[in-house]
Design a protein around this ligand. Structure first.
Ligand code: ADP
Ligand code: MG
Ligand code: MG
Length: 252
């Protein structure tokens, strides 16, 4: 499995420091959850790692198997094995889901070793079935006119098809009804292997009723302020975040 190391990461947006030294290490085989109140920088962490131009890294590093991710072009990050599901996925006009997936799969393979078309179609059909996605979604333009729930299911379809080494899923649960939440969780759980590590960002504990993380981290004011096991998420569900603020002497 691969290892993603986030070390002392400081990130600013338009000159304002949002992340103030984040440390996290995610290894193949591990599921990590990052929780925290709104506006604490969870999405900023995801966007900075994937190289969104608005997010300026002022200090620290992000390494994938020792390679400097922040030095890579955005498409290189994906080829190196990173996957990011954004809180608000964008629409890609003119590119069907099927074409997008096939080129994303091939981008991770050696030249001349492209996935055979029949193999691709069989795998895609199987994953569409598994995620209870209508077959015709594959021929629609990526995310164009998709409902919120369809976008999230499509992100998990991408995850299952592209099979990254490390994935960062930002609020993959937001806006999902319970049936969609179960399907999305089923897809993420199916990815579990020594060759796959995952960072699950969520505001709510609800998702973690279906996906059991190995590690839970709480982010506040741009830092990871507490880490623990699954029981930490349950305590947050029951008691909210105030006890952590008190414990650490954080003011609102
Ligand atoms: P979370 O995901 O934990 O809710 P965010 O990372 O979205 O938090 O936001 C952290 C802080 O950064 C907030 O104060 C937010 O207003 C600010 N912020 C996030 N993205 C932008 C942006 N593109 N432009 C300006 N400010 C931003
Ligand atoms: Mg938010
Ligand atoms: Mg967010």
């Amino acid at each position: 499995g691969s290892t993603l190391e986030i070390k002392n990461l400081h990130v600013s947006i338009e000159g304002k420091e949002i992340l103030k030294g984040v440390n996290l290490t995610i290894k193949g085989g591990e599921f990590h959850a990052v929780m925290g109140p709104n506006g604490t920088g969870k999405s900023t962490l995801a966007s900075a790692i994937m190289g969104h131009p608005k997010y300026e890294v002022t200090e620290g590093s992000v390494l994938l198997d020792g390679e400097d991710v922040l030095e890579m072009e955005v498409d290189e990050r994906a080829r190196a094995g990173l996957f990011l599901a954004m809180q608000y996925p964008s629409e890609i006009s003119g590119v069907t889901t099927s074409d997008f997936l096939r080129s994303a799969i091939n981008a991770r393979r050696e030249e001349g070793d492209e996935i055979p078309l029949m193999k691709f179609i069989k795998g895609l059909d199987a994953d569409l079935d598994f995620l209870e996605i209508d077959q015709n979604m594959a021929t629609r333009y990526l995310n164009e006119g998709f409902s919120g729930g369809e976008k999230k299911r499509n992100e998990i379809l991408q995850l299952m098809q592209i099979k990254p080494d490390i994935a960062i899923l930002d609020e993959i649960d937001s806006g999902l009804d319970i049936d969609a939440l179960k399907v999305v969780s089923k897809g993420i759980n199916k990815m579990r292997s020594e060759n796959f590590g995952c960072l699950i960002i969520t505001h709510y504990q609800r998702l973690l009723n279906y996906i059991t993380p190995d590690h839970v981290h709480v982010m506040m004011q741009g830092r990871v302020v507490k880490s623990g096991g699954p029981e930490l998420a349950q305590r947050l569900e029951a008691e909210g975040y105030d006890w952590i603020k008190e414990e650490l002497g954080i003011e609102d």
